[in-house]
Design a protein around this ligand. Structure first.
Ligand code: ATP
Length: 208
């Protein structure tokens, strides 16, 4: 077993958990970063995006025009499907290439919409969900990004409810009141992480 799918709602603490795993030697594959990279100038998805959506989908610098694409997707649900039909296979191919290059050891796929997209479950050996209450998600994202509460709530509303995400998990870390040290201990105590537990690690939260 070497592939973990790491997911959670916005601001739940996915990146923080990923950083703990990376510090302990895991390889991180960040699907959001891949999605951004393949839609940069010269990115692997750009020819297909221009072919499917026309030149107006491409900004002057050759990257995907995100504002324009948001408008198109908002106006036409099929446009979203067409965009995903381009992005998902390209992201999948890049993930596989990165995983093949990673060598032995734990590979952590950071997939914010793992549960929503459905296709990820078969690609990873275990699903690790980082969970926090919506109030905590709001507080963290507002503090980190300066977004309004309304903007964060809108993103939360687009994501699956916490209960659905938790039900899809092999393990849940409830990152609500944990200090960073306690969070690291919980991560290291996960049975499938296979890393040396830190002193004092272990918690009933893991099995939730
Ligand atoms: P996004 O979905 O927006 O990418 P995320 O799930 O990756 O978010 P992080 O970026 O890891 O979440 O965490 C969001 C913010 O909350 C960060 O500023 C992070 O430092 C902070 N944070 C995460 N866990 C804790 C914790 N246990 N205690 C205090 N702050 C935390």
């Amino acid at each position: 077993m070497r592939r973990i799918g790491l997911t959670g709602g916005i601001g739940s603490g996915k990146s923080t958990v990923a950083a703990i795993l990376v510090a302990d030697g895991a390889t991180l594959i960040d699907t959001d970063a891949i999605a951004r990279a393949i839609t940069q100038p010269g990115g692997a998805a750009m020819p297909a995006i221009e072919a499917a959506f026309g030149p107006s989908a491409v900004a002057a610098d050759g990257s995907m025009d995100r504002a324009r694409m948001r408008e198109m997707v908002f106006a036409d649900p099929q446009a979203k499907q067409r965009l995903e039909a381009i992005l998902h296979p390209a992201i999948g191919a890049e993930c596989e290439a990165m995983a093949a290059a990673a060598g032995p050891g734990l590979i952590v796929f950071d997939v914010p919409l793992l549960v929503e997209s459905g296709r990820w479950r078969g690609l990873v050996d275990r699903v690790l969900v980082v969970d926090a209450t919506e109030e905590t998600q709001l507080r963290r994202v507002v503090a980190r990004s300066g977004w309004t509460r309304e903007a964060v709530l809108a993103v939360i509303a687009q994501q699956v409810p916490r209960s659905v995400r938790r039900a899809a998990a092999d393990a849940v870390i409830f990152n609500e009141t944990l200090s960073f040290d306690e969070l690291a201990q919980e991560v290291r105590a996960l049975p499938f992480v296979g890393l040396e537990p830190a002193a004092g690690a272990g918690s009933s939260e893991n099995a939730r």
